[in-house]
Design a protein around this ligand. Sequence first.
Ligand SMILES: [Zn+2]
Length: 315
Amino acid sequence: MIGVFGDVDRVRSLGVEVGEVFRGASTLGEFVKGVTPLIWVPKASSLSEGVEDAYGRRYLFAFGNSGCIANPGVVDRLLSVIERLGSLGFKKVLLDAARLPSPIDGLFFVSTCFCSHSLGLCPSLASVRSVVKRLLHGASLSELLELLEELAEARATHVDYILARARDKARELGVELVAAVFPYPLSKLVGQDPKVLRRYLREVHVMLYHRCPTAACLNAELRSLVEVAKLLGIPLDQARELVKRVAGLELSVSEIENLDKGIDLKHVERLANLNREVYGSAFVPILWLDSDTEGRIREFAERFGRIDVFAPRKG
Ligand SMILES: [Zn+2]
């Protein structure tokens, strides 16, 4: 079975059968058979709902529209969207971006979130704030990794919190929750710890985008990660080790230098196998459709039983 994000006709033109289509919740005013609404979880109404760095500066992450998932405004908005979709008759919704900032958000990846709601949810963050401020002036690789590990716990608590709230609302309405998430182990650093995700989601759709420029695209996130490390004063010759530790991938120096051009599909396959082990039958890979993957969609579908394709609209 193949699920599609984006251009459905483009996927059908490859001669494969499309079983499920994901469409933005805001575009859906009525029930449509075969369509699963996609909800952008951290949708913020204004900067006041943004994440807050160690110095109190607010920021809207990802596509400039995402706030802190511990903020009551963000949580209430999510619950009301689930309620609206449930009342239209949808029995399943896909949660997107149930997380905190990622490497593509630059230094906000290491310096958020310290808003009052986050501190209320994770009081231990108060003691991490001074460490963050210190490391922003210069960190070693091991200091950065240690900090990210520490932040990962607080971030997982955030994701646990919002998924628990969403699950309670969805249960009330008889709606099933699934989500699109970062690939493990990079996922852990944005709060998407497999332990937490498995608790709430029947399907875990893992974004394995090998060549695209924005948030959640693996190559763009890794390129940004290397840039963040550079800003913290970590020598470039440690980039391979950083990528290995953070993303579980062994990239060559030249692959790291050319992340703008994407990453080889062999790395995507490695992560797909790893994430299948982690999530078992709940695992669904999402592949980025381009000239590299077009000819291999059937092969992937046969191998994984169920796959999704993200087909960007051409032109
Ligand atoms: Zn916060």
